[in-house]
Design a protein around this ligand. Structure first.
Ligand SMILES: Cc1cc2nc3c(=O)[nH]c(=O)nc-3n(C[C@H](O)[C@H](O)[C@H](O)COP(=O)(O)OP(=O)(O)OC[C@H]3O[C@@H](n4cnc5c(N)ncnc54)[C@H](O)[C@@H]3O)c2cc1C
Length: 365
């Protein structure tokens, strides 16, 4: 019977990133995934690396900044190992905030109307805009790249396998039981996202927070739209990520544009609602009338892993050898690289280079 050093439950952005960091430490890793890798929240996400947002909780800011700083190297590594593109864009974000809110992060600046129309000529914003030096990534490309990079680095996968229970002996975690097999390892990590609480015997308290999103594409993809006087060239209708209290817009390099997202308490329901999708599209049109040159290409919903205080849950649980790395709520794509590095350090007995104390699973005990 094969034994692994670490079993990771869940092959989302968090589980896959952690598997790579554990391979750096020469650990034998098995990822157990109930469906296919990178098929849940991590493929539904917009991919903003929004570490300059004033809504980031103060306790999360150091992890967010550390993760944002790791991103270029993280993407370079997984792209070169996999041959897949994660479409990391460095263009920045244009944002407006509610009354009384303003970003204070290094590198942010307020835009005057001339700057705004030079940067993004097609926007119609009704209040002062800010430039935020943020990046964004395509989570679907990233998911494919992470999966391939893990396979290339000899991470084992058991897909189509739902973990029902973490097995213990003498009070320590020793493995997992799925509906048709058991697997053994010295350490188990729950990276099961919105489903983490379903795994016995110690539910990790995440809950699903539904998000619906719509993807639009330019009407004419051959050569891109020609919109005289708009400053738009080729297929790029909008260059920056745009964020307002009502809507965000995320352009991809291939011309797709994402509009998101709803935040709903709807259990494990992943259906889209055509009225909500239409409302997102209309909210996009209101601030970027140039989007009337697009058509709806796709719409989907995903389940963010919320936690009771909406901070991640990172660390060893009350069962020795059983760890949690989940609850990343709206920021799991951004937080994947730093979560993976810090958790790999913790699991391999090193002092994590980031303070994980605010995220300890014991805060819910
Ligand atoms: C609409 C939307 C927009 C978002 N936009 C952004 C954004 O712009 N930036 C950002 O940083 N974040 C964003 N997020 C949040 C981000 O998607 C999540 O925080 C992140 O994907 C969580 O990753 P994860 O690996 O923890 O979870 P998931 O990607 O959900 O992965 C969990 C995996 O565990 C598997 N699993 C569950 N239970 C079991 C079990 N019992 N046994 C085996 N496998 C199991 C699941 O099948 C799944 O593959 C967004 C989310 C949504 C829904």
């Amino acid at each position: 019977m094969k034994n692994w050093d670490v079993i990771i439950i869940g092959a989302g952005a968090i589980g896959l990133s952690l598997a790579l960091r554990l391979r750096d430490e020469h650990r034998a890793v098995l990822v157990v995934e109930k469906h296919e890798p990178a098929g849940e929240a991590s493929q539904a996400a917009g991919g903003m690396i929004a570490n300059c947002d004033p809504h980031t909780p103060a306790l999360l800011q150091p992890l967010a900044d550390a993760s944002a700083a790791l991103y270029p190297e993280f993407v370079r590594e997984v792209e070169s190992e996999s041959g897949e593109s994660a479409d990391l864009r460095e263009v920045g974000t244009i944002a407006v905030f509610a009354d009384g809110e303003a970003p204070s992060h290094a590198g942010v600046c307020q835009l005057n109307p001339a700057d705004l129309s030079r940067l993004e000529p097609s926007l119609r914003l009704d209040r002062a805009a800010w430039f935020l030096p943020e990046r964004c990534v395509d989570p679907r490309g990233l998911g494919k790249a992470l999966t391939k990079a893990c396979k290339k680095r000899a991470v084992d996968f058991a897909t189509g396998s739902e973990v029902l229970e973490v097995l213990t002996a003498a009070g320590r975690a020793i493995g997992v039981r799925t509906s048709h097999a058991t697997y053994h390892a010295g350490a188990i990590v729950n990276c099961a996202g919105a489903w983490a609480a379903k795994i016995e015997p110690l539910p990790i308290p995440t809950r699903p927070v539904k998000g619906q999103m719509v993807c639009v594409v330019p009407q004419s993809l051959s050569g891109g739209p020609h919109i005289p006087g708009s400053g738009i060239c080729g297929k790029e209708l909008i260059r920056h990520v745009v964020r307002t209290p009502r809507i965000y817009i995320i352009p991809r390099s291939d011309g797709r544009i994402l509009l998101g997202a709803t935040v709903e308490d709807a259990g494990f329901d992943k259906r889209t609602d055509p009225r909500k999708i239409k409302r997102l599209y209309q909210a996009g049109l209101d601030i970027a009338p140039v989007l009337s040159n697009t058509r709806i290409h796709d719409a989907w919903a995903g389940l963010r892993p919320g936690s009771p205080d909406n901070l991640p849950i990172l660390g060893e649980t009350s069962i020795p050898g059983y760890f949690a790395a989940t609850g990343h709520y709206r920021d799991g794509i951004m937080l994947a690289p730093a979560t993976a590095s810090a958790m790999a350090e913790l699991i391999t007995g090193q002092q994590p280079s980031l303070d994980l104390a605010p995220f300890s699973p014991s805060r819910f005990a």
